[in-house]
Ligand binder design. Structure first.
Ligand code: ZN
Length: 459
């Protein structure tokens, strides 16, 4: 085998440049493996978190080998064969995690084009979203997760909830229990809770999930209520579902005492929240229709999807929508969110894309703005989308930081995002599990997606 390897190396060298020829010389004496490809980002400022405190590290070099960050430091030796990306006057930030995302089924469904799945995955990546917790599983989606992990498909790393537990899918306590075991055995990462479960079904699910070491997360069914969901150990409560309902503050200003009660209850049970404030603002009817319909990113989803969202504004067919109380409810949600986070209730970042003007990836900028309106600092928001998400998945992998050993998931920004969040929108490139996608590559694929979904009906 050795001789063959040397021979083949020599063969490669014959027609190659002098650079490669010189690299071949020692191989003839002592055969060596070809060096692992290395990407070096040099002279860059790293934005990271020490605990919850944001920190800037100037003049850093970051080495990437395979899908990992292999070294970080100010005085690193850069391997001769490394590909260099000069990061002078630029900032490196860990990729975002979308903690309440959706991934369409692997095969086309309804009138949606087959390509929609890959486009959704790419829209996430193009905005620096390198991890998605998928909150509604479909058959075959676990294969998709594998295909992304193995590099067959481009997309964010997925952690997936199975098909949901809801009033439609569950009819008995026995069925709830069996479905937990089935989803664990199939390899889903968590269980998704939707509305409609009875208290007995929910408690059977929760008890089985705890003993099966499965997370369960999502909504709070009305018959269960916030206190029972927290006591049962629901890992995340998404959309702040069940919170205002618990103190009956859906239609009037929430009081300071009620906010304190909800904060104490949350802290006592160690729950994590995924607020999805921007999406919920739209869903309940507190969104600004002129602003929503002007989002340029609407051009990046299929015409049918876009039209569905526009139709919602005229004819909202959901029980969440209530034009009379929407503004009050949104205001209550914003006050409550700020109080929860400031009291130390863990928050992770999510936007519920793709749905209702929440275009995958682009929706992170809409959510950042809404969280800032609630009074959260940009440090707190970025923390929730990077380091806090990494902590959340600490048992599965290491990501959410720019550190040796972490998954090489990050974005290169033209400015300091802690001073101006728009630097994230203007990213220069994305490192996705060690694969570098520069601005030109991202732009040409985005242009191609836009062209595919151009609405030709009014031309
Ligand atoms: Zn959702």
């Amino acid at each position: 085998m050795r001789a063959i390897r040397v021979y083949s190396l020599a063969l490669i060298c014959v027609g190659a440049s002098t650079l490669i020829l010189s690299a071949c010389q020692p191989a003839l004496e002592a055969p060596e493996q070809a060096p692992t490809p290395v990407i070096a980002i040099t002279d860059v400022t790293i934005v990271d978190f020490d605990g919850r405190r944001a920190q800037l590290l100037h003049g850093q070099t970051v080495l990437v080998e395979g899908d990992r960050i292999s070294a970080v430091g100010a005085n690193l030796t850069i391997p001769k064969h490394a590909t260099e990306i000069i990061g002078s006057e630029q900032f490196l930030l860990a990729g975002f995690t979308e903690m309440h995302g959706h991934v369409p089924p692997a095969t086309s469904f309804g009138p949606l084009p087959e390509r929609y799945l890959d486009d959704v995955l790419f829209l996430y990546v193009a905005n620096g979203v390198t991890t998605v917790r998928g909150m509604l599983g479909y058959p075959h989606q676990l294969q998709l997760k594998q295909d992304i992990a193995s590099g067959k498909r481009i997309g964010p790393t997925l952690y997936l909830a199975g098909p949901s537990f809801s009033g439609n899918s569950i009819e008995s306590v026995e069925q709830a229990t069996q479905r937990v075991i089935d989803q664990r055995d199939e390899g889903w990462d968590l269980l998704k809770i939707h509305p409609g479960l009875t208290l007995a079904q929910y408690q059977a699910l929760a008890t089985t999930a705890v003993s099966a070491n499965m997370d369960f997360a999502g909504h709070v069914p009305a018959a269960v209520g916030l206190a029972n969901a927290l006591a049962a150990g629901q890992r995340t409560i998404d959309h702040l579902d069940g919170y205002l309902e618990y103190v009956d503050a859906m239609q009037r200003p929430i009081s300071a005492a009620e906010i304190n009660q909800l904060v104490e209850l949350s802290l006592a049970h160690g729950v994590t929240i995924v607020p999805t404030q921007a999406l919920w603002q739209t869903l309940i009817g507190a969104g600004d229709a002129d602003m929503l319909t002007a989002y340029p990113e609407l051009a990046l989803v299929p015409a049918q999807v876009r039209q569905g969202w526009l139709d919602f504004l005229d004819n909202p067919r959901t029980s969440y929508f209530n034009a009379d109380t929407a503004m009050q409810q949104h205001d209550n949600r914003q006050q409550l969110l700020l109080a929860l986070v400031r009291a130390g209730v863990p928050m992770v970042f999510g936007t519920d894309a793709p749905q209702l003007f929440s275009v995958p990836g682009f929706s992170i900028h809409r959510e950042i703005a809404t969280l800032q309106q609630a009074g959260l600092s940009i440090d707190e928001i970025i923390y929730s989308a990077t380091a806090a998400a990494g902590d959340y998945f600490a048992e599965q992998d290491h990501f959410g930081h720019i550190r040796p050993g972490a998954r090489a998931d990050f974005m290169l920004l033209p400015g300091n995002p802690l001073l101006d969040a728009s630097a994230i929108e203007r990213l220069e490139g994305v490192m996705l599990r060690g694969q570098w996608l520069d601005r030109g590559t991202l732009d040409s694929r985005l242009a191609e997606i836009q062209a595919a979904y151009q609405d030709t009906s009014d031309n």
